[in-house]
Design a protein around this ligand. Sequence first.
Ligand code: NAD
Length: 351
Amino acid sequence: MEIFERLSEHDHEQIAFWSEPEVGYRGIIAIHDSSLGPAMGGTRFWDYPSEREAVVDVLRLARGMTYKAAIAGVDLGGGKSVILGDNRTTDREMIFRAHGRFVESLGGRYIAAEDVGTSVDDMDFVQMETGHVAGLHGRSGDPSPVTALGAFHALRACALEVYGDASLAGRHVVVQGVGHVGHHLCGLLADAGARLTVSDVDRERVERARDALGAEVVAVDEVFSVDADIFAPCALGGVIDDRTLPLLEVDIVAGAANNQLARPEHAGALKERGILYAPDYVVNAGGLINIYGELTGWSRDRSRARAAGIFETLRRVFDTARSEAITPAAAADRIAEARIASVRRLHRSRV
Ligand code: NAD
């Protein structure tokens, strides 16, 4: 693999590697763009089939964080880190202290947080070696309620765009995945008077949504074909693909899951089918806003108010998409890129 070619392909600034064989640690940190501020992004602990796949993944995820931070209006760049190995290991202190030393070596250019395969407890070990870590115990806490709040306001913006009314009362919303974010989102939707249909591979979780919120339950593979107003993916990535897209019987796709589209072209395919797609990184930015609040000392209320602002951000995305005749996904990318370019110009004019 030609590393510099890879970096220049999508304008990544840096990729760094760190090895501590004596504790079984192998880690990679990627920084995509730090024009807005230090690169923020979670630490993924994953048993990649090859080093190449780990590099591809960390670069892709770091770039995604740049766009998410830019459109969320926070002063953070995009980065990500991966630890290669089996995330079920119980010997966590040495692994995560090694990771902390790696993060520290970059002098604050990258700030770590939890992600797939890592937990808040792991970040406590990272913190023993570096201050450049967020999402810690006793600080901003579980981001899921704030992510769900942002997603709720995103769904309101979608309803306004499609139905001319932001109210979700009486709207039928299908939520795929009622875990941390999905469950909180269902609670907000139920309070707003929406009709809920849910699905989850975890039986206890669907039963909780059914018993506590009166949600209807469908089987995991039936979730795509429910005739409803809104489909809200809140489980896995890549759920909108060539197989599922033709099945959809909704007006709107808007949910908290990361990377919902299997391929970027699916944004165009959704538009052709007359389905409004709210770009996932705009919808789910509440989690990042929550962490930014922790870094800057915001109150919980201020973070929540900023997450509610996703309503206005999405309206701008839809306005741009309409006026430029492009997909909302392309419009969101354009707005994010414009903010990064403006801040770069601002910095240049100061020197
Ligand atoms: P979670 O693990 O708590 O919940 C995911 C739920 O999806 C689980 O209940 C799981 O059983 C279910 N699920 C898995 N496969 C499924 C399938 N095939 N069909 C139906 N359900 C299935 O995770 P979470 O923290 O709620 O995050 C949900 C999504 O939102 C993820 O994609 C995550 O990356 C994204 N996200 C979360 C946050 C946050 O603050 N937690 C922030 C931004 C983005």
